[in-house]
Design a protein around this ligand. Sequence first.
Ligand SMILES: *Cc1c(COP(=O)(O)O)cnc(C)c1O
Length: 452
Amino acid sequence: MEHSFSHMQHTDAAHHLHPFSDNGELSRHGTRIISRAKGVYLIDAEGNQLLDGMAGLWCVNIGYGRQELIDAAIRQFHELPYYNSFFQCTTPPAIELAEMISALAPAHMNHVFFTGSGSESNDTVVRMVRHYWASLGYAGKNIIISRHNAYHGSTMAGASLGGMKPMHEQGGLPIPDITHIDQPYWFGEGRDEDPQAFGLRIAQQLEEKIAELGVDRVAAFIAEPIQGAGGVIIPPESYWPEIQRICDANDILLISDEVITGFGRLGHWFGADYFGITPDLMPIAKGLSSGYLPIGGVIVSDRVADVLKNRGGEFNHGYTYSGHPVCAAVAAANLRILKEEKIIEYVRNEIGPYLQAEWSKLGDHPLVGEARGAGMLGALELVASKDPVRLFDDTDAIGRLTRDLAIENGIVMRSVGSKMIISPPLVIRQSEVDELIRKAGATLDAIAARVL
Ligand SMILES: *Cc1c(COP(=O)(O)O)cnc(C)c1O
């Protein structure tokens, strides 16, 4: 076992280039090899058990090892492992899934364009939004406004919509006609201001940007309802209603990137439901299949779909795996579980409030400047001093140290700078939340003993 573990690490270092990793450093230190999983627990190749506080990468909403999804995949593999949805074709699972998603989406959204991932969904968004306005005779109305520190995927368009500087620096991004305004990150960028006033002020940057560029140039605004990869950034209550008002008043499309917030993470089917907003487009992925197979899509409002259907002509865009029948069958089985087991209600009424009550207590820790969360998302801001708030000099180093010790203590948390974030499977039980909080607290104690 020991031999095979180090052998696997060696082989990985020799042949596997990892995403979002310093591959030189990774080769020297060795990767963590996850071999099995069940429920909310991972087992690594050395036999250690870890409570997965991140649900994989924000995606394993129903937990690991559900037989229904395995059965759905095997049935569909036998029936039809692949066919495309180009050229006037489709497959039964793609039809069924499009109908299911339309039924779950807000009432004015009744069409789905399928993709293989969240990034592909956001590439689709760029093409679709520009094609929509061009079809109406406004080809110049093509600028998409996004936000600094947003995450919308890692393809050229996805990373351009995103507001991550280190991503833009590699590859000459953003692509033309994408621009960014500030994020509604109160703890990081507005602590001296009243949170609601801050939220309004940041939202109004959208109106200023539209005025600066001209309404005839701006096609859409895109945002995650709650920023995930940026560090679980939850806008003040004043933010979203003002964004909605500005989009409506200026007739620009509103795109709610639901790749994380879709399919129950906030105790509603979509983040748009949680915040009461009416988007025109909603990119989805991750929780759509609980990560069991890669599939994404864009949910499209009737307003946009009508133009695409009646005036758009051929949409010169699509993916070989758009609506892949096995992925679609697995996603449909996942949605059935979310519905039949009332997992959204469980998040909204039981485990979400429980997690938030327990998580917020970590805010009393001397190392924590703020503990925030919503639904099944949480973040801790690690600080060198609470009052007045002072951050660590090397925010990345303290985050990494805390993350690594958390893993030694048996839980997976992620670090974003000095923010520690969680996004556990929605099916996590109270006793498992207790374990997560206890081990997070023990990790904070150990870090505080070293650095405070
Ligand atoms: C993960 C993520 C994406 C990209 O999805 P991939 O499947 O990794 O391409 C896009 N938007 C948001 C909000 C995400 O969290």
